[in-house]
Design a protein around this ligand. Structure first.
Ligand code: HEM
Length: 79
């Protein structure tokens, strides 16, 4: 049985987000991808300041992956 249950089949918990899948064929690059993502994110917040344009929703659209519901416009300024 999958360790990850889809959010539309059960009441969603904060552990339900599962982008690398689970089980014997799950992503073997998960640790590398997470390390890369954190490294890139850390560098971006060192160099840029992000500010959400007023009136933007912060709602999340749950599909295969998570993405913003509607537009997500931000100002990006170099620090
Ligand atoms: C954000 C980055 C990544 C995401 C979201 C992601 C997601 C996934 C998903 C959903 C699967 C399918 C698992 C399944 O069939 O149940 C998969 C498989 C796989 N991923 Fe990734 N992956 C990422 C990065 C990487 C990286 C960096 C590598 C290698 C360096 C990698 C190598 C693989 C391989 C080889 C498989 C096939 C595993 C198998 O079929 O046994 N992935 N990945």
């Amino acid at each position: 049985m999958l360790g990850c249950k889809l959010s539309w089949t059960i009441k969603r918990t904060r552990f339900a987000y599962c982008p690398f899948s689970e089980g014997p064929r799950c992503c073997i690059g998960q640790q590398l991808a997470m390390m890369e993502a954190k490294t890139i994110l850390a560098r971006l917040v060192q160099v840029f300041k992000f500010k959400l344009v007023k009136g933007q929703s912060q709602d999340v659209l749950e599909q295969t992956t998570l993405k913003p519901k509607g537009k997500c416009q931000v100002y990006i300024m170099q620090i």
